[in-house]
Design a binder for this molecule. Structure first.
Ligand SMILES: NC(=O)c1ccc[n+]([C@@H]2O[C@H](COP(=O)([O-])OP(=O)(O)OC[C@H]3O[C@@H](n4cnc5c(N)ncnc54)[C@H](O)[C@@H]3O)[C@@H](O)[C@H]2O)c1
Length: 353
């Protein structure tokens, strides 16, 4: 594998106002001496003020950082804009996190998945190819895939070597397509590329469309939360700081061509200890009470409604992270209670100002 020094380089992070993107940018600003360029279209898939809040948190971190921070508002599926960003900043390392996320939303709203995850990702690959062929600074592309690509795969834990050819949502199909497109570009044009399959990421300033956040919003309004598949569901919940630590390690060591194989790699980034959804909800409730988000005498059970499985969902996600451990010596390890207590504390600060 090839070491990549980030020092003094231009690093482009797309989806920088997003949940994982903002946490990654803050980590890079704290730990590296580089110029971080964030690109995000600040779309209204969920509350835009949360994206602006994350940009404020980034600006606070940047103010005391040895690195530079530049934000560009724009879409990766706007080919001219993306080209202009590559021309202006000539990034050496690109981390593509911009995507239309969400499994369930893709069932009724397919368009943005094709616009961003397919067309936008293709434009990213094209810009990397052009930069490489023109001898510009390009060194390495890292991009987000998802555990949802494992779809109907029943072999657990999910291993990157497993054939995952049966996605059960358009979202998953777009992410799987990204992996195939990136592989082809790596093989054809010699691009160094790594794809990272994230597993249910949670934490402070997270995504309101995800279960733990949506549950919290409903519970404080005294509403009932819907628990699908009657709660018979296990998720490999991964704390956001563990994910960004993994991403930052991956950014600093790239795959190389080897015996006819392209400089292409794929890893799972998950906690590799799936938790029962009911246990997750119990700990979430306890931590919300501890943080003062819910009253001390709050009765969680009285606010739960058990329902059948939803389309697009899978009963278990479970990451085998041995490839990441082998190549980067890293394994996510934050326990659920610690992570959820950080989420609850942030929620209290942000919504109870
Ligand atoms: N959070 C998870 O549990 C999880 C799990 C698996 C994979 N992922 C992947 O990780 C990446 C980051 O996810 P996240 O949870 O931070 O989601 P997020 O929605 O919070 O972040 C994505 C960001 O990309 C931006 N964006 C969307 N379309 C864009 C476009 N066309 N051009 C520019 N910016 C655009 C959005 O405004 C948003 O700020 C995504 O690729 C997602 O698919 C996330």
């Amino acid at each position: 594998m090839k070491k990549i020094s980030l020092k003094g380089k231009n690093i482009l992070v797309t989806g920088a106002a997003g949940f994982i993107g903002a946490h990654l940018v803050m980590r890079l600003l704290k730990e590296e001496e580089a110029c971080i360029i964030g690109l995000d279209n600040l779309n209204d898939y969920y509350d835009v003020s949360l994206k602006k809040h994350r940009l404020e948190l980034i600006a606070e971190t940047a103010a005391v950082s040895a690195s530079e921070w530049i934000f560009e508002e724009g879409s990766i599926s706007d080919r001219e804009k993306l080209h202009a960003v590559f021309e202006k900043y000539d990034p050496a390392v690109i981390v593509n996190l911009a995507a239309q996320a969400g499994v369930r939303y893709s069932i009724d709203h397919p368009d943005p998945y094709i616009d961003t995850n397919i067309n936008g990702f293709y434009y990213i690959l094209e810009e990397c190819r052009r930069a490489k062929t023109e001898g510009k600074s390009f060194e390495y592309l890292v991009y987000a895939s998802s555990s949802s690509i494992y779809g109907d795969n029943m072999n657990i834990p999910y291993r990157v070597e497993d054939a995952a050819e049966h996605p059960v949502s358009l979202y998953a199909a777009t992410k799987k397509s990204n992996e195939l497109m990136a592989h082809a570009y790596s093989k054809l044009y010699g691009l160094a590329v790594t794809g990272l399959r994230f597993f249910t990421v949670y934490g402070p300033a997270g995504r309101p469309d995800m279960a733990y956040f949506g549950f919290t919003n409903k519970l404080i309004e005294g509403k009932t939360i819907d628990i699908f598949n009657y709660g018979n569901c296990k998720r490999d919940f991964t704390y956001v700081d563990d994910v960004t630590e993994g991403v930052s390690l991956v950014m600093k060591k790239a795959p190389e061509e080897h015996e006819g194989q392209p400089a292409y790699a794929l890893y799972n980034i998950g906690n590799s200890s799936p938790v029962d959804l009911m246990e997750f909800i119990e700990i979430l409730g306890e931590e919300l009470i501890k943080a003062g988000v819910l009253p001390e005498d709050f009765d969680m059970k009285a606010h739960e409604r058990l329902l059948p499985m939803q389309k697009g969902d899978v009963p278990v996600t479970y990451a085998d992270t041995s490839a990441l451990e082998r190549d980067y010596g890293y394994k996510p390890s934050t326990d659920l209670r610690t992570g959820l207590s950080e989420f609850a504390a942030w929620y209290k600060r942000y919504y109870f100002k």
